[in-house]
Design a protein around this ligand. Structure first.
Ligand code: UD1
Ligand code: UDP
Length: 353
């Protein structure tokens, strides 16, 4: 059996790192990298640090408007699928690479497996929400990470092919939970355990809105703690274009390039709190019991909020500062993301089915 997997962005490399070895134990895998993310620190470092097999095809599509980028990926993926004739195509998450991969396959009548099916933010102004809805409705196998994801699909009339399997990011995170790597990383960066915040920002709603971006940066500058900020290239560009300044911050915001996954997990597990608009990082904070302050008004991971470990503050400076000072979850996060064997389950279903 031949399975083609389509990846293209940072979170997809992370998810493929969990699933690809399980597919390869059972079938032939053709790995297609669309090239949506291409900077060394957004792509190559993940293949190296996570030992992801080299892509069989690197399409080099790069950046562009949604239509242009997705259209070019669609044409390029279609060409490969016609040549390789896989029995099944796997796509991950909710990016333009996910949509292009799923659409190319569905039009060629190749069954599509969607990893992270059923997530909804219920905010259709997010490009990711459109991608999720479209992909779920053309997939043959829908791998839901949570019960809520299964319910979301049911509400839209999608029940056939849905499998509640757990979360592949949880599978991977559990393998990188070593505190010795964390201690080493913190020492090298001059940080004290629980003595800093870790922040990431890249959501269009924050980077493309000057007021939002400025409010977030101002809150970080004023929070009175060291902040480690690995800056996504989209955000770095937006900060430059909007001429948002980190001056007068007393130097508390440590701006660095995006880091590889093991380094990021080390920074996460050592942090007092996480301040983010990332989908994956909200979840990872939950896995490790790190309080998460989410710079959005809604989330596709409501379990984390309901459990009391994630708070939605949008891009409101005062709300962000209040949460940084006062948000203190109690107890331990209840496990809602499976048992660490989601990837095995998915691979068995894809190859067996
Ligand atoms: C994409 C996904 C988003 C996901 C995120 C993960 C879509 C619509 N968005 O957002 O769902 O959460 O990846 O990080 O698919 N850029 C570089 N170098 C790179 C990549 C991007 O400089 O290697 C810059 C370019 O200026 C580009 C901008 O970032 O225009 C946005 O990149 P793009 O891939 O379109 O979207 P992301 O914001 O990364
Ligand atoms: N990540 C990383 N280095 C960083 C920032 C994030 O390795 O500098 C990892 C993080 O651990 C998570 C994934 O990237 O596994 C999340 O990607 P991102 O936030 O870009 O996308 P989203 O999950 O929001 O789609």
């Amino acid at each position: 059996m031949k399975v083609a997997s389509v990846v293209g962005t940072r979170p997809q490399f992370v998810k493929a790192a969990a699933l690809s070895p399980e597919i390869r134990r059972r079938a032939e895998e053709v790995l297609i990298h669309t090239g949506q993310h291409y900077d060394e620190e957004m792509s190559r470092v993940f293949f190296d640090a996570l030992h992801i097999p080299e892509p069989n095809y690197d399409l080099g599509i790069g950046s562009g408007s949604h239509g242009e980028q997705t259209g070019r990926m669609l044409a390029a993926v279609e060409e490969i699928l016609e040549k390789e004739k896989p029995d099944s195509v796997l796509v991950y998450g909710d990016t333009n690479s996910t949509l292009a991969g799923a659409l190319a396959a569905a039009k060629l009548h190749i069954p599509v497996g969607h990893v992270e099916a059923g997530l909804r933010s219920h905010n259709r102004s997010m490009p990711e929400e459109i991608n999720r809805i479209m992909v779920d409705h053309i997939s043959t196998l829908l791998f839901a990470p949570t019960r809520i994801a299964v319910e979301n699909l049911k509400r839209e009339g999608v029940e056939k092919g849905v499998h509640l399997v757990g979360d592949v990011m949880y599978d991977l995170a559990m393998r990188f939970a070593s505190s010795s790597k964390s201690r080493e990383t913190l020492r090298a960066m001059g940080l004290e355990s629980k003595g800093y915040l870790l922040t990431t920002v890249h959501r269009a709603g924050n980077t493309d809105d000057r007021n939002n971006l400025e409010a977030i940066v101002e809150a970080l500058k004023e929070c009175g703690r060291p902040v480690v900020f690995p800056i996504h290239p989209r955000t770095a560009k937006a900060i430059r274009v909007a001429r948002i300044s980190f001056q007068r911050s007393g130097g508390n915001v440590m701006r660095i390039k995006p880091v590889d996954y093991p380094t990021f997990i080390s920074l996460l597990t050592g942090a007092e709190k996480v301040v983010t608009d990332s989908g994956g990082v909200q979840k990872e904070a939950y896995f490790f019991g790190i309080p998460c302050i989410t710079l959005r008004e809604e989330t596709e991971w409501p379990e984390t909020v309901e459990a009391g470990w994630n708070i939605l503050v949008g891009a409101r400076k005062r709300a962000i500062l209040k949460a940084i000072r006062e948000f203190e979850p109690k107890g331990k996060p209840a496990m809602a993301f499976g048992d660490g064997h989601a990837a095995e389950r998915i691979a068995a279903i894809v190859v067996g089915g």
